[in-house]
Design a protein around this ligand. Sequence first.
Ligand SMILES: [Zn+2]
Length: 283
Amino acid sequence: MLSRRSLACALVAFAVLVLGGLSLTAQAPVREITPIRGNLYRFRNNGHFSVFLVTPAGVIATDPIDPEAAAYLKREIATRFKVPVKYVIYSHGHEDHASGGEVFADTATFIGHDITKAMMAADKVPSPLPTETFATTKTVTLGGATVELSYLGPNHADGMIVMRFPKERTLFAVDIVPIDSVAYRDFPNADISGWIASLRKIEQMDFELLAPGHGPMGTRDHARRHREYLEDLKTQVSAHIQHGMTLIETRDAVNLTKYKAWTGYDTSRDLNIDGMFRLMGGR
Ligand SMILES: [Zn+2]
């Protein structure tokens, strides 16, 4: 039997647990702005990240993420830096990164790849379509600062570009260089050969810091590591398909244990194999 006092304690503990649980379910979004280098900053909205560069003539922003995130970012930029957002540059046309741009439509010009513009229009992504588009490379300058935009071919999505900030020696690359992490699920809509080729191009680019669209910051070496992971997975899965293995047999036969410590290994190892099996024509 519980004494009156310990019963009261148990009730308090229960209330704390319940309230704690409630506060977890109604958790406020995690939003923060952290300096990367010089006038380049990283913006976080829960699991999504973009970057922005502050210049005396205004801000060059990148993925707006969603309307609430973009509204927060606009307020913070106005308060901290007292300059308007002059450009919004889309990394690619996926809704979870490109939404919410209309928040900046009063002051900004929207930039993206030709294919991104077409994809955003076709998918009705809720954000202004880019009005300045390009096919291979484009340099954006503002207030003495520069960002170089490069299309590397199809990979995670077509129309994907990477953004190099030469003075800050930083590359913003979304959804194509997970930092010591296996790939997202089963490679939906991906071009694996194009992805590997894109990573090889990134490895040749001049930068030190890698700012991804998800997860922690990395370095240029993470592009090589992820390229080697994709090549390893592709080589193993292709060999098993050639030997007539089924998907289930391939899952068992592929050895990815050297990536065991990587983020997502436990949940996405099999999905990565499934996706590669499909992309390599397994049946
Ligand atoms: Zn994406």
